[in-house]
Design a protein around this ligand. Structure first.
Ligand SMILES: Cc1cc2nc3c(=O)[nH]c(=O)nc-3n(C[C@H](O)[C@H](O)[C@H](O)COP(=O)(O)OP(=O)(O)OC[C@H]3O[C@@H](n4cnc5c(N)ncnc54)[C@H](O)[C@@H]3O)c2cc1C
Length: 476
């Protein structure tokens, strides 16, 4: 482990880090409020099922299976709609949860909804088949061919199977991100195709005006949210700010910064550390949106990203020409100083994960005493991998802080945030040796997911409370 030693540089202009009150974060209670809303909606669905006679419909084995099939279908539907709302990028939801947490909940709710859908199909067919002599397969075929909307529902179920199968981690790792994302959009199709059978045959949808109004309302809210927040708002923002590439800077042989300017960027409610989905309109690649965090605090005139070339889109950044138009979607993410819980901070980044931390550093105020100064821990494979090093040093110094580089190759023997040649040190021991008062600080973490898990575990073990750890993963 070595202290970062880079040449002195005095020519860097440090922007004013004054906090803008209009960019206050969404209060944390929004998170509890959205979770309570989701539970309330789910319980309301169960209440509608009870009101429709659900509890009294357990007669014969066939009736009981069909009845449970209805309940699981209703729960699968409501979870799917909540899932859409969760990922609709509704600003208060997105800001209250942050992308990392939303992605985790999205996975959990998505798989639960899918399992309930499978249970719905199996239980309903088993229940129906008990009352006929067609057998299970015959009942299934009969339902698909003769019940209104059922053929569409089957197509919807197939689309959802495809979405879920391609989201299993092993399968996903084999797909290109764009292919996976395109397949994932079939979830909307799956949900849409299931709707007619719910309306035409779903007795629980039509038992009374309240149930009908509730379901139509929920479908409408989900659809409107997607259209407004995933399509409308990004288009309005992009049109309002008319962002263009100002210039491109090669930070290293593989890392490029892109600086953009636009109209009234002071009105963009964004904080250092947040990210946008970017589309550079320089050719066929504009159909792809890629997430990049701001690598400098927004100053109302420019936005800067810094990206490592790892594939097609990120490699193209180095060739962008000044004047190239840019569409943006965001800002997103909870990795910013607005979420801090104390006056002291430690920023821990690995590789290109240092970029949002570099921006956050710029927004942090100077510490009153040297011992309270911000600490930046920068984990890299070798000194050659350090990017934005001078900026980090200048910013840290100007805030009474310091930068510590933790250099060396990954430890393949055990899961650790330290390099292999520091294996004599424990993860927590190393952390508290660098930052003895870490338990009293906010800890901002960004890097690759496995490394981040090791950092977060060590921070918690060192006494940092859950709400003081803020992180952003560079992969979903
Ligand atoms: C919230 C967030 C912030 C990020 N900020 C930065 C940053 O500041 N600097 C930086 O260098 N990188 C950042 N990344 C990673 C960056 O988005 C990917 O490296 C980039 O999109 C790769 O695209 P590609 O076509 O060059 O490579 P590909 O070969 O297509 O992909 C390489 C890897 O990037 C992932 N990836 C590709 N496209 C996307 C996408 N649209 N969304 C999410 N993951 C994708 C793939 O799953 C794959 O693991 C960030 C990622 C996220 C999720």
């Amino acid at each position: 482990m070595t202290s970062l030693a880079l040449p002195e540089r005095r020519d860097l202009q440090l922007p004013d880090a004054a906090q803008d009150r209009s960019r206050e974060p969404t209060p944390r209670w929004w998170r509890d409020a959205t979770a309570a809303f989701a539970w309330a909606v789910t319980l309301f669905v169960v209440a509608l099922w009870v009101a429709g006679g659900g509890l009294t419909a357990f007669g014969s084995a066939g009736e009981s299976l069909t009845n449970l099939g209805h309940l699981s279908g209703l729960l699968a539907s409501v979870l799917m709609l909540l899932q859409v709302l969760l990922m609709a990028r509704i600003p208060v939801v997105e800001q209250a949860w942050g992308q990392d947490e939303l992605a985790r909940v999205h996975r959990l709710v998505g798989f639960t909804s899918f399992n309930l859908m499978l249970a719905h199909i199996a239980l309903t067919i088993l229940g129906y088949s008990a009352g006929t002599d067609l057998g299970v397969i015959g009942t299934f075929v009969d339902e698909v061919l003769h019940s209104p909307g059922m053929l569409l529902a089957l197509a919807g179920a197939v689309a959802l199977v495809m979405v879920v199968v391609t989201s299993v981690r092993k399968a996903r790792a084999r797909l290109r991100h764009e292919s996976w994302h395109l397949l994932h959009l079939y979830a909307y199709l799956g949900g849409g195709l299931a709707l007619p059978h719910q309306l035409w045959t779903g007795q629980d949808f039509n038992t009374n005006g309240l149930a009908t109004g509730f379901w139509w309302g929920l479908y409408a809210v989900a659809l409107i949210s997607v259209l407004v927040f995933r399509v409308g708002l990004p288009l309005i923002r992009s049109r309002r700010h008319r962002l263009v590439v100002s210039h491109v800077v090669a930070e290293s042989s593989t890392v490029t910064s892109v600086v953009m300017t636009g109209r009234r960027l002071d009105l963009l409610r964004v904080r250092a550390g947040q990210f946008f989905q970017w589309r550079f309109l320089d050719g066929p690649g504009w159909t792809r949106a890629n997430p990049y965090s701001l690598s400098a605090a927004p100053d109302g005139r420019t936005l800067r990203i810094t990206a490592e070339a790892v594939g097609g889109s990120s490699s193209r950044l180095a060739t962008l020409r000044p004047g190239t138009k840019v569409l943006l979607e965001g800002p997103y993410g909870r990795l910013h100083t607005g979420v801090r819980t104390s006056g002291k901070a430690v920023l821990i980044g690995a590789g290109i994960g240092i970029t949002p931390l570099r921006a956050i550093l710029e927004e942090l105020p100077a510490a009153p005493t040297a011992k309270d100064g911000v600490v930046v821990i920068y984990r890299v494979g070798s000194h050659a991998d350090i990017v934005l090093g001078n900026e980090l040093l200048d910013l840290a110094r100007s805030r009474g802080g310091r930068v510590v580089a933790v250099v060396g190759h990954r430890n393949r023997e055990r899961s650790s945030w330290l390099p292999a040649d520091s294996s004599s040190l424990g993860d927590v021991e190393a952390m508290t040796r660098i930052v003895p008062d870490i338990a009293e600080r906010d800890v901002y973490v960004c890097g690759n997911p496995a490394w981040m898990d090791a950092v977060i575990a060590a921070a918690h073990e060192a006494g940092v409370p859950r709400e003081a750890v803020h992180h952003e993963r560079f992969s979903y």
